[in-house]
Design a protein around this ligand. Structure first.
Ligand code: SF4
Length: 61
């Protein structure tokens, strides 16, 4: 999906959802590969899912 989950997650953690949207989080298909392969075992797909929900709630999908 041409996403950079590590970078997206960094902006999610800082609460910058405008930047998260710019990085294309809405294209995430929630396949879970990023979480599966993350050497630090970060819950990346869960972050993507929550960010998509937050962006939809804000009405700027
Ligand atoms: S869940 Fe899949 S599509 Fe979404 S960021 Fe991770 S690897 Fe990419």
């Amino acid at each position: 999906m041409n996403l950079l989950p590590k970078d997206v997650d960094r902006y999610i953690l800082s609460g910058d959802y405008d930047e998260v949207a710019k990085l294309g989080v809405m294209n995430c298909i929630e396949c879970g590969v990023c979480s599966y392969t993350c050497p630090a075992k970060r819950p990346l797909v869960q972050s993507m899912r929550l960010a998509k929900k937050e962006i939809r709630a804000r009405g700027n999908k």
